[in-house]
Ligand binder design. Structure first.
Ligand code: TPP
Ligand code: MG
Length: 388
């Protein structure tokens, strides 16, 4: 046998790498618990506290209740705006309030959120102006807010692409010595996309501080979970990449906040990514353009109505003496005011420059974009001349 230069290099003690373990690392610390974490019964009765999971402070839960009620009202208003022709399309997150608000409350203001089209409620709960949030869904622009100011990426409609963006941003932040965490929302269906797997793998290898938050709302438009995956749970998808993963009852606000807080702390401490799968349910159709009665049984929807996350948190807080009729009425009034303000402002016709569509697509516009922009500019100029 001849000795190749590569073989000599491999044998050199100066360049020898640490030995790869013969047996795989134990997966015990990575496997999600068999049952989703739950801290409240569906009627709001608290379950015994868990030693391994600190309960969120009650002030945080009162704030969560407030944002969930306002969020639900926002969601109903946005759905109504589609019927009034003021919004092109709206994917509702009714029923997913605990996930939408829990994710936001688990983060610091300087952390980053990578949302999908379904996360309008999370963005408004984060304090972003609802009119700016709805700019994309009104068809007026790619994104109505400045992502760098609100530390929130534009809502992604191409499934799972936000997973690689989140991994890259989180890696960049940690590389520069900052302890920022990125949280990427993703749906059950989108966990079948390559970008989800690539993002997860990159984040795991480079210990990027990302929380992948899967909202398993049981459907990808009309495709039920049973036709989406044969995995025992979507949380198991993290294990293959070496990412600790957990399942949580996504309609239990206390459990969602506790589990996400732990996941964010794990990422912030430099231990790399974490995956949380929340079991929840999309109460409305996929969007206003979809008729869900064509593919799902109304009894199924009714069964999930009994697990309503808003009623559950309200019952729990009332039971602890942390919420009374007056406080509930005050939050409801705030929600009405929020919706009325949104209505008024969405009824005003916005002034939109069609050429702004070409801005912020790439840092450096491609020759094709420059050419297309010029075509639109010429067309608009010709129209204006014709009108004159
Ligand atoms: C790459 C890509 N493929 C297909 C679509 C079309 N599409 C839009 S939403 C959707 C279903 C996604 O379901 P899920 O990930 O469960 O999210 P949910 O809508 O339930 O929140 C599909 C297939 C898309 N937007 N992007
Ligand atoms: Mg889904």
């Amino acid at each position: 046998m001849t000795t190749t230069p590569q073989a000599v290099r491999r044998a050199s003690p100066r360049t020898r790498r640490p030995a790869t373990p013969v047996a795989p690392e134990p997966t015990a610390g990575l496997l999600p618990q068999a049952e989703p974490v739950r801290l409240l019964d569906p009627d709001g009765t608290p379950l015994p506290p868990r030693a391994d999971l600190p309960a969120p402070p009650v002030e945080a839960l009162r704030e969560m209740y407030r944002r969930m009620v306002v969020g639900r009202r926002f969601d109903a208003q946005a759905t109504a705006l589609t019927k009034q022709g003021r919004l092109a399309v709206y994917p509702s997150s009714r029923g997913q309030e605990a996930c939408q608000v829990g994710a936001v409350l688990a983060l610091r203001d300087d952390d980053w959120v990578f949302p999908t089209y379904r996360e309008s409620m999370a963005l408004t709960a984060r304090g972003i102006d609802p009119v700016e949030v709805l700019t994309l869904l009104r068809g007026d622009g790619h994104c109505g807010y400045d992502p760098t100011v609100v530390r929130t990426a534009p809502q992604c409609t191409p499934l799972a692409t936000q997973c690689v963006h989140a991994a890259g941003l989180a890696y960049g932040e940690s590389y520069q010595g900052r302890d920022t965490v990125a949280l990427a929302f993703i749906g059950d269906g989108a966990t079948s996309e390559g970008d989800f797997h690539e993002g997860l793998n990159f984040a795991a290898v480079f210990k990027a501080p990302v929380v992948y938050f899967v909202q398993n709302n049981k459907y990808a438009i009309s495709v039920p979970l049973s036709r989406q995956t044969a995995a025992p749970s979507l949380a198991y998808k993290g294990v293959g990449y070496g990412v600790p993963s957990e399942q949580v009852d996504g309609n239990d606000p206390v459990a969602v906040l506790a589990v996400l807080t732990r996941a964010v702390a794990h990422a912030r401490a430099g231990h790399g990514p974490y995956l949380v799968e929340a079991h929840t349910y999309r109460m409305e159709a996929h969007t206003n353009a979809d008729d869900a009665s064509r593919y799902r049984d109304p009894d199924e929807v009714e069964a999930w109505r009994d697990r309503d996350p808003v009623a559950r948190l309200e019952a729990y807080l009332r039971g602890r003496g942390e919420l009374d009729d007056a406080a509930v009425a005050q939050v409801a009034a705030e929600a009405e005011e929020y919706a009325a303000d949104l209505r008024t402002r969405m009824n005003a016709q916005p002034v939109v420059d069609p050429l702004s569509l070409f801005d912020h697509v790439f840092a450096e516009p491609t020759p094709q974009l420059v050419e297309q922009r010029e075509m639109v500019r010429a067309e608009l100029a010709a129209d204006a001349e014709g009108d004159a």
